[in-house]
Design a protein around this ligand. Structure first.
Ligand code: KG4
Ligand code: ZN
Length: 355
C-alpha cells in the first residue's frame, strides 16, 4: 500500500491530504479563506492566490503530521490542475511539483470536478466509503463554480451530459443570499434560515425545468432581486427566511428534476450528488425521496467531502495512479493548469473598497 500527498487550491480553500493508494483518507486539512473574501461578498482572485501562497506550506506539513507520514514515505504527489482560478491553481501546482521533484516522486494531475464526483467513495475512519456501483453512474456536481450532470464510466472517465449556461447553483445561492443581506458564502445561511419555512411564499421561476439537461440560474437571481427591491428597506427575519426557503426550493426543484431525468435518459440506476451545494439539507432530502420514488440508488457525498478538500483529489489520484496516469521527468516539469471554469469572483480588485 502506498501513500499519496494530495494538494488542492483551485479557488478559496487551501487543502492538503494524505490518502492511501486504496483510497483511505489518513488526513485532510483545509485552510479556508472565507474571512479574507467575506467583506468583498465573493472571491477576489489575487487575494486568493496570495492567501494560498502563505497557507500552503503549513497545510502540507499539517497533513503529513496528522497522518504521521514523512516526505520520504510518500509514493506520489497529486494536485488539482483545473478547472479553477489560474493564479490559485498555479500555487498548488508549483508546490506539488516542488515536493515531487525534490523527492523523486511521480506527479498525478487531477481534474477538480472529476474529483468531486469521486469523493463519495473515499473511505475514512469515521465510516465514510460507499462501494462504487458496478456500472456507470450519473453524477450531479453542484458547486460555487460549476453545475454539471455527468455520466461517469469509470473514475476520471467522465462525459458531460449537461451544464449551466450562466450561473452555477452555488453562485445562485450566494448571489441571492447577498441580495437578502446574508454573509458570504450564502448557501449555508439560506439552508439554515429556510429550515421549517413554507417553500412557496415567493413565486420564483424554475428556469429550463421542462427540457433538457442544461441549467440556467441567472433569471432566478433577477426575479429574487425584483422581489427584494419591492420589499423596500431592510428585510425582517421572517420575510427573509420565507424568501430564502422559496429560492432554495426553486434551485432544488431544478436540480432534482434534471438529475432524475439524466438517469432516465441514460438508463442508469445510480446517482451521485457531489460538490459544495450537495451539503444542502433540502437537496439531500428531496433527492433521497425522488430516487426512492423512481427506483434509483442515491449516493450522497458525506458533507465533509462535499466542499473543496484535498482528500477527494487524493482519492481520484489513487485510481489514476493504478491506471499509470502519473507524470515523471520532463512531463512532470511541464505539467500545466487548465482554467476552463467561470470564476465565482466579484470582479472587485483588492485595491477597491469592500462593500
Ligand atoms: O465545492 P465548493 O466548496 O467550491 C467550489 O468548487 O466552487 O462549493 C462552494 C459552494 C458555495 O457556493 C456555497 O455557498 C455552497 O457550495 N454551499 C451550499 C451549502 N454549503 C455550501 N449551498 C447550499 N446549501 C449549503 N448547505
Ligand atoms: Zn469544488
Amino acid at each position: 500500500m502506498g501513500l499519496i500527498l494530495a494538494i488542492e487550491s483551485s479557488c478559496d480553500e487551501t487543502a492538503a491530504a494524505v490518502v492511501t493508494t486504496d483510497g483511505v483518507v489518513r488526513s485532510s486539512i483545509i485552510a479556508t479563506q472565507i474571512p479574507v473574501h467575506t467583506r468583498y461578498g465573493g472571491v477576489v482572485p489575487e487575494l486568493a492566490s496570495r492567501a494560498h501562497l502563505t497557507a500552503m506550506p503549513k497545510v502540507i506539513s499539517e497533513a503529513l503530521s496528522v497522518a504521521r507520514v514523512s516526505l520520504s514515505e510518500l509514493t506520489a504527489v497529486a494536485v488539482t490542475t483545473g478547472p479553477g482560478l489560474a493564479g490559485c491553481l498555479l500555487v498548488g501546482l508549483q508546490a506539488a511539483k516542488g515536493v515531487a521533484w525534490a523527492q523523486g516522486l511521480p506527479l498525478i494531475p487531477v481534474d477538480h470536478i472529476q474529483a468531486h464526483v469521486h469523493a463519495v467513495f473515499l473511505k475514512d475512519e469515521r465510516g465514510a466509503g460507499e462501494s462504487p456501483p458496478a456500472g456507470p453512474y450519473v453524477a450531479l456536481a453542484v458547486s460555487g463554480g460549476h453545475t454539471s450532470l455527468c455520466r461517469v464510466e469509470a473514475p476520471g472517465k467522465v462525459v458531460i451530459l449537461g451544464q449551466t449556461l450562466d450561473d452555477a447553483a452555488g453562485e445562485a445561492f450566494d448571489k441571492t443570499a447577498k441580495l437578502m443581506g446574508l454573509p458570504y458564502p450564502g448557501g449555508v445561511h439560506i439552508d439554515r434560515i429556510a429550515k421549517g419555512r413554507p417553500t412557496d411564499v415567493v413565486a420564483l421561476p424554475r428556469p429550463m425545468l421542462g427540457k433538457g439537461l442544461d441549467f440556467s440560474f441567472s433569471g432566478l437571481k433577477t426575479a429574487t432581486r425584483y422581489h427584494v427591491e419591492a420589499c423596500e428597506g431592510p428585510l425582517d427575519e421572517e420575510v427573509r427566511a420565507d424568501i430564502a426557503a422559496s429560492v432554495q426550493e426553486a434551485i432544488v426543484d431544478v436540480l432534482v428534476t434534471k438529475a432524475i431525468r439524466a438517469c432516465t435518459m441514460e438508463g442508469i440506476d445510480d446517482l451521485v450528488i457531489a460538490g459544495g451545494v450537495a451539503c444542502n439539507s433540502r437537496l439531500r432530502e428531496r433527492i433521497t425521496v425522488a430516487c426512492d420514488g423512481a427506483g434509483l440508488n442515491a449516493h450522497l457525498t458525506p458533507a465533509r467531502y462535499c466542499t473543496d478538500n484535498a482528500a477527494m483529489i487524493g482519492g481520484l489520484a489513487s485510481e489514476l495512479l493504478a491506471r499509470d496516469l502519473a507524470l515523471t521527468g520532463d512531463d512532470l516539469l511541464s505539467c500545466d493548469i487548465h482554467v476552463t471554469r467561470r470564476p465565482k469572483h466579484t470582479g472587485a480588485r483588492p485595491s477597491e473598497k469592500p462593500s
